[in-house]
Write a protein that binds this ligand. Structure first.
Ligand SMILES: [Zn+2]
Length: 150
């Protein structure tokens, strides 16, 4: 899986990059929350005159542990976020693209690693309370929990 986009070498116009992410991606970050993942990542780079737009879409699901019964809980993920990419020497104080996150790249850096972005945004979008809907918890696990708590 490649999460590197060779921004500098791209020609003007729209470029689409697709990638698949599984549990090993989060394992590499030593993430304890996400046990497994099946995500499609689409990054669309729009290189215009003096401006580079990056739209990141992450769709699929992640498997976490239910806070109540500790069994697997599959959560859907649907994230869409636009970014504006700027090279450090071109960063201006008054940015007209308000509401967008700006990624500042070093001028000497040609490629952008979007792994960290993907990681951060997926984690950011996880609900605070990770539990199965009422009555949908694993009954066996609930029994075991009761024994442990005795
Ligand atoms: Zn549960």
């Amino acid at each position: 899986m490649t999460c590197r986009i060779e921004i500098k070498g791209l020609s003007k116009g729209e470029h689409r990059f697709e990638s698949k992410i599984d549990g090993s991606f989060f394992e590499a970050y030593e993430n304890d929350t996400i046990a497994d993942a099946d995500l499609d990542v689409v990054a669309v780079v729009n290189k215009g005159e003096g401006r580079i737009g990056l739209e990141l879409r992450i769709d699929g699901d992640v498997t976490v542990r239910c806070d109540r019964c500790l069994a697997d809980l599959v959560l859907p993920v649907a994230i869409e976020c636009p970014f504006s990419v700027q090279f450090s020497s071109y960063v201006e104080e008054d940015d007209e693209q308000i509401g967008e996150d700006v990624i500042v790249m070093d001028r000497n850096q040609g490629d952008l690693d979007i792994s960290q972005l993907i990681y951060d945004y997926v984690n950011l979008h996880l609900p605070l309370k990770k539990v199965h809907p009422e009555g949908k918890c694993d009954p066996d696990m609930m029994e075991k929990m009761k024994d442990i708590l005795k």
